[in-house]
Ligand binder design. Structure first.
Ligand code: FAD
Ligand code: 2HG
Ligand code: ZN
Length: 488
């Protein structure tokens, strides 16, 4: 094994894949679910930033198959990288060295749905978007939505405790997930697929798996409480003159749109510039021109309710008064579903657009709202001081862009680069993590720790918390086979 990708990292004391392991895997799964050829896609993340060297990908179809595979790996001390849709943004979903990739994509059955309570039970490999389409036919909605919905899996969403675009309305998965089935590192099946909203009989163990990023167990099933699907959805896309105006608009939206407010997202102008290159379409506020208007900040507000007339009137009133008092300078409201999708694309597309020039360093942070945008300014200044930003090819950095879920105090700072270089990384890290810590934020609001932030968790967690995390990991995974080199 030659490890060029991570020259400073030592491979753990794990077993090495042998022909007899493949024979065992084939006997458990059948030949057609064991892959050794054309597996590059499972070794590389979607940012093309993290790359592993796994030699085998396994695609179990049942929980008992997952259990048998994991038990074999534990007995042989073979490390495992659990993988969902491989849309993760912190390098957690791909192997670091030669870990066995266990992909959940073969487990994609809806197990049951109760049309009265809205409780859904699914295999972990169900794709978020298709699950939501299933729910739409029943008048329900999945309580999570995000740009990667076409590829990410429910198991991956739960493993990362994904936040997404409507956390403001539906809350975190820590609240809506009612039960989990997972295979522990020794192969034991943890069966807690409950459908109870209330259950105060001891520790709420399923919570341990939500956000555990494949380090404590492989999630095979999820039970989740789904809300009724809103009948009326409106989207407004607005231009404002400052970050203060973003905050003012948010305060006002909470007060005046209150129960129908379902998303409040902000974007700086730089993010729109980058997204225009990606979408290759006229900007929603461009009014016939091919330019992006000069507003420094943009806001996307979504309302969802059950009565279109009522919601329209409320939104109209809100926008009218905000234009009158000058908080909002410009705006447009979607007239149909197609336009709703277009407006959302100017927000959702930024994630992928950010790497259009070559690559991106992503920082997904929680901060007090008043400080949220200051981090983008600080990062830009620091890169300028280091002479790393510029318009021509000799500079590695194109520009940082800032956007995110204002409603959740969650900034996405994406430093768009022409190439990945250690120089840029060193200028940004740990600078950004120190800055966040000084301002009492979190170094990961929603994407997780993965490989990217495993050495920086102390900026957000105390020594006691880290010690407890390590204790848990050691207790349940004494051989450290599940997703090593990541998290802690
Ligand atoms: P993967 O990427 O395959 O895995 C992610 C982590 O979970 C890895 O550590 C992996 O080992 C582990 N894992 C996966 N499946 C399992 C399982 N069954 N059991 C145990 N561990 C498992 N994230 C947000 O929070 N909010 C967003 O708004 C958001 N938007 C995104 C938009 C785009 C365009 C992209 C590319 C990503 C976005 N993400 C977002 C990040 C990512 O999509 C989410 O974190 C998603 O939940 C990951 O799901 P996945 O199935 O792709 O998991
Ligand atoms: C989003 O909110 C996602 O769009 C992705 O969390 C953010 O790509 C990113 O940095
Ligand atoms: Zn996000």
């Amino acid at each position: 094994l030659t490890v060029e990708t991570y020259p400073n990292l030592q491979r753990g004391d794990y077993g090495t894949l042998e022909e007899s392991d493949l024979t065992r895997f084939r006997s458990i799964l059948g030949d057609s679910s064991v892959f050794v050829d054309d597996i590059e896609g499972y070794n590389e993340d979607q940012m093309r930033k993290y790359r592993g060297q796994s030699q085998v990908v396994l695609k179990p179809k049942t929980t008992s198959q997952v259990s048998e595979i994991v038990k074999h790996c534990n007995d042989r001390k073979l490390a495992i990288c659990p993988q969902g849709g491989n849309t993760g943004l912190v390098g957690g979903s791909v192997p670091v060295f030669d870990e066995v990739v266990v992909s959940l994509s073969g487990m994609s059955q809806i197990r049951s749905f109760d049309e009265t309570s809205g409780i859904l039970k699914v295999d972990a490999g169900c794709i978020l978007e298709s699950t939501d389409q299933f729910l739409a036919e029943k008048g329900y909605i999945f309580p999570l939505d995000l740009g990667a919905k076409g590829s990410c899996q429910i198991g991956g969403n739960v493993a990362t405790n994904a936040g997404g675009l409507r956390l403001l309305r539906y809350g975190s998965l820590h609240g809506s997930v009612l039960g989990i089935e997972a295979v522990l590192p020794d192969g034991t099946v943890f069966d807690s697929m409950h459908s109870l909203r209330k259950d105060n009989t001891g520790y709420d163990l399923k919570q341990l798996f939500i956000g555990s990023e494949g380090t404590l167990g492989i999630i095979t099933g999820v039970s989740v409480l789904c809300p009724a699907r809103p009948k009326a959805v409106n989207v407004a896309f607005l231009g404002v003159e400052s970050y203060e105006a973003v905050q003012d608009t948010f305060s006002k939206a909470k007060r005046e749109l209150s129960e129908i407010l379902s998303a409040f997202e902000f974007m700086d102008r730089e993010s729109q510039v980058v997204n225009k290159k990606f979408l290759k379409a006229p900007h929603p506020l461009a009014e016939g021109s091919d330019e992006i208007p000069e507003y420094p900040f943009y806001i996307l507000i979504e309302t969802s309710g059950s009565n279109k007339e009522h919601d329209d009137a409320k939104l109209e009133q809100f926008l009218e008064t905000s234009m009158e008092d000058g908080t909002i300078l410009d705006g447009t409201v979607s007239q149909d579903e197609a336009q709703t999708r277009t407006l959302w694309a100017w927000r959702e597309g930024i994630s992928e657009a950010s790497q259009i020039e070559g690559g991106v360093y992503k920082y997904d942070v929680s901060l007090p709202l008043s400080k949220l945008y200051d981090l983008v300014i600080a990062a830009r200044e620091r890169l300028r001081e280091a002479n790393l930003i510029g318009e021509t090819d000799e500079y590695p950095v194109v520009d940082p862009v800032g956007y995110g879920h204002v409603g959740d105090g969650n900034l996405h700072l994406n430093v768009c680069v022409r190439r990945y270089t250690k120089e840029v990384e060193k200028v940004l890290e740990p600078f950004i993590y120190e800055w966040i810590s000084q301002h009492h934020g979190s170094i990961s609001a929603e994407h997780g720790l993965g490989f990217q932030k495993k050495n920086y968790v102390h900026y957000s967690k105390s020594d006691v918390e880290i010690a407890m995390m390590k204790d848990l990991k050691r207790h349940y995974d004494p051989n450290g086979i599940l997703n090593p080199y990541k998290y802690i």
